[in-house]
Design a protein around this ligand. Structure first.
Ligand SMILES: Cc1ncc(COP(=O)(O)O)c(C=O)c1O
Length: 394
């Protein structure tokens, strides 16, 4: 390879347009910095884009998940089922509320939860299930919702990666009791930190709005627009402060003006990768399923130079890591798709778990690799990644 041609391709890159950068000046100049008119605008645009009846902006997806469970009444002694392969936050919020995390396994084809494993985790104490639409691919929601209904379980969708992801034409986050989105910079739309809760329920939306704002019956914006802004609101709940600032919301709302274009660009990049890697027997690219619109928060692949099982996983993991080292030396950032939470020391020790207890989550942990994909990625950057991947064989 010609060393002069080496590029540096990050795993993701924030690509804000000039007008999006400038959007934060408006709240700075108006002086309304906390949750106010920009949060309202971002929420309205989010509802239009997703089709959700209510959108409630918060400080992160983690707080969105936490607030959702709290608003539903999840508490000490309750169990929640969480797929073992997800970001740790999905499980942590259950712990924060004094609940018990029960991990179900995943399907390696989709990296999403396995329904039969989920069914086997249900006990009389199960109150909630948190399906995670990993990396932008929706969970198969119809059978999941049927199972949840049969057992009277709350469904809190972890749609952190779900921007632009659809199931049978409907945006994720609009199926369960709530949907929770992330605006961390690794996600398609970013506000630095930030999150959004979607819900179709008027009563739940009211409760969520109160809980994010110290339990107040009225927002600051409503109070300031009202006839007697000098009188303080009642606080029917002991709430939290999980309000998004107007600075963040201005940035989010500005990016929503090109939401469709962002999704289309990420899908276009994924098609190019899919075609380039179609012939590699040792790499499985993200699943393309009829009725599932992938949002491509990332481009997670499964690396399998030999059949994956308990006997081969350590060997394959070593090979994957060596391949990641090689790509890193070539200037290309990669990551394991995410981590298996049951293998992290807190959960492993608290619940006495072994990697093999959730065998597919373990295989995904050790043998997955995400390649760089982000809107704003240049043709040269993507071609460089393709050339470097095709330069090796296993
Ligand atoms: C699946 C999943 N859930 C939850 C989160 C937490 O999101 P946030 O960083 O906005 O709290 C993430 C973030 O990476 C995630 O990927």
């Amino acid at each position: 390879m010609n060393v002069d041609a080496k590029l540096n391709v990050p795993i993701a890159r924030t690509a804000l347009l000039e007008q999006e950068v400038l959007s934060v000046l408006e709240p700075l100049r108006s002086g309304w910095l906390v949750q106010g008119p920009k949060v309202r605008e971002f929420e309205e645009k989010w509802s239009v884009f997703t089709g959700a009846k209510h959108s409630i902006a918060v400080t992160s997806c983690t707080t969105a998940l936490h607030l959702s469970l709290a608003a539903l009444g999840f508490g000490p002694g309750d169990e929640a089922i969480v797929p073992a392969f997800t970001w740790v936050a999905t499980a942590n919020v259950v712990e924060h509320l004094g609940g018990k995390v029960v991990f179900c396994d995943i399907d390696l084809e989709t990296f999403n939860l396995n329904l039969e494993s989920l069914r086997g985790c249900i006990t009389p104490k199960t109150k909630a299930v948190l399906p995670v639409h990993l990396f932008g691919l929706s969970v198969d929601m119809a059978p999941l919702l049927a199972l949840a209904k049969e057992h009277g379980l709350w469904v809190v969708e972890d749609a952190a990666c779900g921007f632009g992801s659809t199931y049978q034409g409907q945006h994720v986050g609009t199926f369960g009791d709530t949907g929770c989105f992330s605006f961390h910079p690794r996600k398609a739309i970013t506000t630095g930190e930030g999150g959004m809760i979607t819900t179709q329920s008027d009563a739940l939306a009211d409760k969520l709005r109160r809980l994010r704002d110290h339990g107040a019956a009225m927002t600051d914006l409503q109070r300031h627009m009202g006839a007697r802004p000098y009188l303080l609101a009642d606080h029917p709940d002991a709430g939290y402060n999980q309000r998004m600032t107007d600075l963040q919301a201005a940035l989010g709302a500005a990016q929503m003006n090109r939401a469709e274009a962002i999704v289309a660009e990420r899908r276009r990049l994924a098609v190019i990768y899919d075609q380039a890697f179609a012939q590699l027997p040792w790499l499985t690219t993200p699943a393309r399923l009829e009725g599932f619109g992938h949002g491509y928060q990332s481009y997670p692949c499964l690396f399998h130079p030999e059949p994956l099982n308990a006997g081969s996983v350590e060997r394959v993991n070593e090979q994957r890591n060596e391949w990641m080292d090689r790509l890193q030396r070539a200037g290309i950032s990669t990551r394991p798709a995410t981590h298996a939470v049951h293998m992290l020391s807190f959960y492993r020790e608290k619940y006495g778990l072994n990697p093999q207890d959730l065998p597919n989550a373990r295989l995904a942990n050790d043998c997955s690799i995400s390649l760089p994909l982000f809107h704003g990625m240049s043709e040269a950057e993507q071609q460089y990644v393709i050339d470097q991947v095709l330069a090796v064989s296993f």
